[in-house]
Design a protein around this ligand. Structure first.
Ligand code: GLC
Ligand code: CA
Length: 561
């Protein structure tokens, strides 16, 4: 069966984390005019959609994911005029803008919450999730994703409010139809401005099991709310309502960040009938370090194994075929750098393994996402002291696991933060070899990765063999060959420990892709000289083998007639 065509299936998306992208006024913080100035860079890369992490008014407890006014711009980033100018310039360049929609929670400084907390009788009391304590304790044992309890007692009324993230991010009560009205209205405001889509923050968590039962503690301090808040009882109903009332009236790209999503759930969220979202981000390859046992959950120094990563991707590729659409990503602002986690960031192998990973992902079926700096092969940052981190997740986890409860030894926790902390991806973008990587003329809000002198956009734009031009070529190929967008995915060599290989098939064309995930030469008989090589990170090949981190994609077209 032939897949229905859509622009968002053919798109390649570039994610900007505005705080760390480009600073235009020397205050050390990236901003909207900084983005506008660098739009031609994204155009040059060839991505045609930009996902902008939140730019709304925010006290920045969680870098903009705590919104205090959905209809205004964060002071650090500029003004609504700056936003409008950016949107206009992007559209002139043929770039679409997808906004981050953070509506599981607001900031505690949002007017809605200020009213809601003011009294039991306030008309917005029911806009958030308020509960009485149980025997002088929290209403249940749920953990916040940022450590500690998910409940905060509010002295004014003596009740607790739910915050699945920081205590400055109270969860909205989606059960309340007035909340849904207000959210849909706000979405309409941005659609009317002409934006091109929404990336929906933790959208899988908006519907909670209304009995609020305790979660399994797995031997830890708090209970896991996951089973009661991820893919909750009414989430699909809410998204269908959102589709009817807002999304269906515009031509948008919609992608849901879906913590805890399974392939079966994804078939609903991203169903081909289009009743909910276009696609979701699942977490299976970035949660829990595939192929490894982890004593401390997220906090680990281990790298995932290729066969475990492959099992996950192959499942999503084959299971969603014809039923729902995939999104494809290695990293984003919540993950360590792709080349450091999945590849090899040593001087010897960084470039080759970054290109290999890019090939492996971009030749799959689904819409690919590139996180700022990934196209340069940017690496994790070396951190030597807890004081260097800015991320609330890190700061709270350190306090809980190291300072307060002695759960994880300090030196091991620091090693884990070097491996997997979110701040690895949040250090400033490397524009050139000048001071602070050309990101700011002032003092950057977070440290700059010291390797910017060798890894930066200016150097890569001057080098035809750079990671940048390799990504550019991958994007070009996707836009040229329908088999890359619409071809059916078929796994190859499923037992091979070293090579990730697969085939894409469409209308008599077969694209064969093979990626060596090791630093060794390994035997491979997939390529016998036939076909047209679309891309490879090696200029010359050796028959019967793949070189260390070699990736190759070869197209064979059936002769017609
Ligand atoms: C999402 C965001 C993350 C944020 C969290 C709470 O996971 O990607 O950055 O901290 O939601 O909004
Ligand atoms: Ca600035």
């Amino acid at each position: 069966m032939n897949e229905q065509h859509a622009w968002w299936k053919e798109a390649v998306i570039y994610q900007i984390y505005p705080r760390s992208f480009a600073d235009s006024n020397g205050d050390g913080i990236g901003d909207l005019p900084g983005i506008t100035a660098h739009l031609p860079y994204i155009k040059e890369l060839g991505a045609n959609v930009i996902w902008l992490s939140p730019v709304y008014k925010s006290p920045n407890d969680d870098n903009g994911y705590d919104i205090s006014d959905y209809r205004d711009i964060m002071d650090d980033f500029g003004t609504m005029e700056d936003f409008d100018a950016m949107l206009k310039r992007a559209h002139e360049l043929g770039l679409k803008i997808v906004m981050d929609l953070v509506v599981n929670h607001t900031s505690d400084e949002h007017a809605w919450f200020i009213e809601s907390r003011s009294s039991l009788e306030n008309e917005k009391r029911g806009w958030y999730i308020w509960k009485d304590g149980k025997d002088g304790h929290e209403p249940n044992n749920w953990a916040s994703c940022f450590s500690g309890s998910a409940w905060q007692k509010d002295e004014r009324t003596g009740q607790y409010y739910l915050h699945l993230f920081s205590k400055k991010q109270p969860d909205l009560n989606w059960e309340n139809p007035e909340v849904r009205d207000a959210v849909f209205d706000m979405m309409d405001f941005w659609c009317q401005k002409g934006i091109d889509g929404f990336r929906m923050d933790v959208i899988s968590m908006i519907s909670k099991v209304q009995t609020f039962p305790d979660g399994d503690t797995h031997g830890g301090l708090y209970g896991d709310p996951g089973p009661y808040v991820c893919n909750g009882p009414r989430v699909h109903e809410y998204l269908r309502e959102m589709r009817t009332r807002v999304l269906s009236r515009y031509d948008l790209l919609t992608v849901g960040e879906a913590a805890g999503v399974t392939v079966d759930e994804a078939k609903k969220y991203a169903n081909s009938e289009g009743t909910e979202l276009n696609m979701v981000f699942h977490f299976e390859h970035v949660d829990g370090t595939p192929g490894r046992e982890n004593k401390y959950g997220k906090w680990t120094t281990e790298h995932p194994t290729m066969p475990a990563v492959r099992t996950i991707f192959n499942k999503w590729q084959t299971e969603l075929e014809g039923r729902a659409w995939n999104s494809l990503y290695w990293d984003n602002h919540d993950q360590p750098r792709a080349v450091s986690r999945f590849g090899n960031d040593s001087d010897e192998w960084r470039v080759l393994s970054a290109k290999m990973l890019a090939t492996c992902l971009h030749m799959m079926k689904g819409t690919p996402y590139i996180y700022q700096g990934e196209e340069l092969g940017m690496t994790n940052t070396p951190w030597s002291d807890i004081g260097e981190f800015r991320d609330i997740e890190v700061i709270n986890a350190w306090k809980q696991n190291v300072v307060d409860h002695d759960i994880i030894p300090a030196d091991y926790m620091l090693a884990c933060l070097n491996a997997v902390s979110r701040d690895n991806a949040r250090t400033p973008m490397h524009w050139d070899a000048s001071e602070n990587a050309g990101f700011t003329t002032g003092t950057p809000w977070i440290k700059v990765n010291p390797n910017y002198k060798t890894i930066n956009a200016a150097a890569e734009l001057a080098d035809p063999d750079s990671v940048f031009y390799y990504y550019k070529r991958l994007i070009e190929l996707r836009h040229m060959y329908p088999v890359i967008v619409y071809g059916v995915f078929e796994p190859l060599l499923p037992e091979n420990e070293d090579i990730y290989a697969y085939r894409r098939v469409l209308d008599g064309q077969t694209l064969t892709v093979a990626c060596n995930w090791t630093d060794r030469e390994v035997p491979c008989d997939l390529f016998d000289g036939e076909g047209e090589e679309l891309i490879s990170n090696y200029k010359a090949h050796r028959a019967g083998v793949l070189m260390p981190y070699e990736a190759r994609a070869v197209l064979i077209s059936e002769k017609k007639g």
